[in-house]
Design a protein around this ligand. Structure first.
Ligand code: F6P
Length: 371
């Protein structure tokens, strides 16, 4: 079972902090423990189409001790989030065989894992998945690589903004990523001391938002406010900010400005608001300690699955440990959104944070494009 193998690894979809730490763990465990050869596939499935690969070795990556790979953001392999689709299935699988791979570890979000799952059904290749995304919306796993760092980046920004907000008695609107899931905004908002958190899963009204700002002033003498708004948030009447790009993909942009403008309008400019859009800063930077640990555990566990020739599996984090489930189980249930009745939403309400209107059903998720 543990004969010499040639293992491929790729990173797919939007990058995030912790990808390099996962690559490091895979190369380290595969070479040091099992003595296998590891090939890095550049730019996800595009690399397979182009039949490109780079040899990853312990020596080449300087894997001993605290090396840069553990603590750098991005991915040394490069990534794409508008790559080949199911239509290229045969060529992708042919590329896998041309590179003479015995197995492939794919680090990706729900779109990338869905594509691999479809290809796995065609047969002819052995895949193990590792979930990553700052959106934390891959089903089954409690955590995906990158989420913790992105939350910390937002919390740091909220902390800094609170000083300038207080100095000028301003409302600071902070727009977060997350697509149709509000995990990022909700976690950052609670940890960063937000007064208002707006997420896609719970519709909000500007009356509710402005009443909260007013109450902070009247009741608590709190003249500034921190408003965290997820890019996919919608009002009760369905207002959001999205557009379809040249490739036909639904993209989210502009909710921060919209919320800020509407707050000023609803308060007849009694409130001065400013907007901060952290954008891709949330995807950059040095991975947090937790993301480094998660990436290391996921990488090691994925290699062990390959050693057992247990394919079509995804490593997930459940109740503080790594376990594996079938790719289909993950893909059939992704993306996962915030539970409007869940403990974090209840906690936010308990802390006096305005988090949208009570008792309103969750909105329909946006259409997602598999990559
Ligand atoms: O899925 C991760 C994510 O960062 C989303 O939160 C965001 O909407 C999207 O990717 C941005 O994608 P791009 O890098 O293509 O602008």
């Amino acid at each position: 079972m543990n004969q010499q193998k040639r293992l491929g690894i790729l990173t797919s979809g939007g990058d995030c902090p912790g990808l390099n730490a996962a690559i490091r763990a895979v190369v380290s465990h595969a070479t040091l423990t099992y003595g296998w050869e590891v090939l890095g596939i550049p730019y996800a499935t595009q690399g397979l189409l182009d039949r490109k690969a780079v040899a990853l070795t312990v020596h080449g990556l300087d894997l001993r001790g605290i090396d840069p790979l553990l603590s750098t953001g991005g991915t040394i392999l490069g990534s794409i989030n508008r790559g080949p689709t199911e239509a290229h299935a045969d060529e992708i699988i042919a590329g896998y065989h041309a590179l003479e791979l015995d197995a492939l570890i794919c680090i990706g979000g729900d779109g990338s894992l869905a594509l691999l799952s479809k290809l796995a059904k065609q047969g002819g290749w052995n895949v193990v998945g590792i979930p990553k995304t700052i959106d934390n919306d891959v089903a089954v796993t409690d955590r995906s690589i990158g989420f913790d760092t992105a939350v910390n980046t937002l919390v740091d920004a909220l902390h800094k903004l609170s000083y300038t907000a207080a100095s000028h008695d301003r409302v600071m609107v902070v727009e977060t990523m997350g697509r149709d899931a509000g995990h990022l905004a909700l976690h950052a908002g609670i940890a960063g001391g937000a007064d208002v958190i707006l997420i896609p899963e719970i519709p909000y009204t500007f009356d509710g938002v402005c009443q909260q700002i007013e109450e902070l002033r009247e009741r608590w003498g709190h003249k500034f406010a921190l408003v965290v708004v997820a890019e996919g948030a919608k009002t009760l009447s369905g207002e959001s900010r999205q557009y379809t790009d040249a490739q036909g993909e639904v993209r989210l942009r502009g909710i921060g400005d919209y919320v800020s403008d509407e707050i000023c309008r609803h308060t007849h400019n009694a409130v001065e608001a400013r907007v901060t859009v952290l954008g891709h800063v949330q995807r950059g930077g040095i991975p947090s300690a937790f993301d480094r640990v998660l990436a290391s555990v996921f990488g090691k566990t994925a290699v062990d699955l390959v050693a057992r020739e247990s394919y079509g599996r995804v490593v997930v984090w459940k109740n503080g440990r790594a376990v594996d489930v079938s790719i289909d189980e993950v893909c059939d249930r992704s993306p996962t959104c915030v539970d409007p009745q869940g403990c974090l939403v209840q906690t936010a309400r308990g802390l006096g944070i305005y988090i949208g209107e009570l008792g309103i059903p969750a909105v329909t998720p946006l259409v997602r494009t598999a990559v």
